[in-house]
Design a protein around this ligand. Structure first.
Ligand code: NDP
Length: 295
């Protein structure tokens, strides 16, 4: 058996096309252009690439993009003052502060300062609480953390229904594992949350119809951990060295082995990654619609 590839790039492209239509409808009906403000502190090269990608994709779907590049030694007071201005700016519907932040800045303090309705990264405790309280059938009418939302969308596009399926989420971070588990619970999955202290992870995994791996350990999930026909979402992004001195990105799943057993699987790269930025745009246009009191 060879698993079906879940093409994250194609799914993200389709999502961006739907967002562009939604943006155009908002402009036509209310004269509102959704605006995303991205704040980058310092010059981390990876963060600069992410911010550039976000900026281009924001403009491509017809939204306004506001980039704020601050010096690496920016004080917390100055950053909080900028966030207060963005909170008050009617042209800004979404605010994203690119993480990680330089050491003098406390991520939790910064995230707490963002208006929860503009927190398009879905990291504010108010939005984490809204997700924790969302019952099956409740609308997700608040920003949900982008990578977990991307995982959910890929699963919904891959499987006819998630109801009653056994799911395992490996990893319990606030950024990925916990929100993924909560989203799947809301979809009526029976969810096992595994972590570094879980016993016999392989056996837990083999019971699951859905495996979401969000660990950060290259190839940890072996092919013999996968139940035949299961759907595998590999969130991990790990850079590994090759014998020729080059490097390449791999996920947390032994892709070649899992491909032989799973029913469907995301590749790394090209799986969950592209969905993350698309979901950021999704959250921004949703925030803009919410502001005008529609949809
Ligand atoms: P964290 O380091 O915050 O969390 C990792 C989790 O994995 C922890 O809960 C940890 O358990 C668990 N873990 C570690 N070792 C084991 C093990 N041997 N067995 C079982 N569980 C283990 O990472 P993130 O959640 O932020 O990210 C996870 C991965 O996803 C990374 O590779 C990251 O790069 C990638 N990522 C990808 C994104 C994308 O867009 N595709 C976005 C965000 C992240 P414990 O709690 O017990 O320590």
């Amino acid at each position: 058996m060879t698993a079906r590839l879940i093409d994250g790039k194609a799914h993200a492209e389709a999502l961006r096309a739907r967002i562009a239509t939604d943006v155009a409808a908002l402009k036509a009906s209310h004269g509102v252009v959704p605006g995303l403000a991205v704040v980058l502190v310092g010059e981390d090269p990876a963060s600069q690439v992410y911010v550039r990608t976000k900026g281009h994709q924001t403009l491509d779907v017809g939204m306004a993009s506001f980039e704020h590049k601050l010096a690496a030694d920016t004080s917390e007071a100055d950053l909080l003052a900028l966030i207060a201005r963005l909170n008050a700016d009617p042209a800004v519907h979404g605010i994203l502060v690119q993480l990680p932040l330089p050491g003098q800045l406390t991520p939790n303090t910064v995230i707490l300062a963002i208006d929860p309705d503009k927190d398009v990264d879905g990291l504010h405790p108010v939005n984490a609480g809204r997700l924790a309280q969302a019952a099956p059938g409740d609308p997700l009418d608040f920003p949900v953390s982008c990578t977990p939302l991307g995982c959910l969308m890929l699963l919904q596009d891959t499987l006819p229904s998630l109801r009653g399926l056994d799911a395992i989420v490996i990893g319990r971070s606030v950024l990925v594992g916990k929100p993924v588990a909560q989203l799947l619970l809301r979809e009526d999955c029976t969810v096992t949350m595994a972590h570094s202290r879980s016993r016999d992870l392989a056996a837990l995994c083999r019971r699951a119809d859905i495996v979401v791996a969000a660990v950060g350990r290259p190839g940890m999930v072996g092919g013999d951990w996968i139940k035949p026909g299961a759907t595998v979402i590999d969130v991990g992004i790990n850079r590994v060295a090759l014998p020729d001195g080059k490097t390449r990105l791999v996920g947390d799943v032994d892709f070649a082995a899992a491909l032989e057993v799973a029913g469907a699987i995301t590749p790394v790269p090209g799986g969950v990654g592209p969905m993350t930025v698309a979901c950021l745009l999704h959250n921004t246009v949703r925030a803009a619609w919410k502001r005008v009191g529609a949809k």
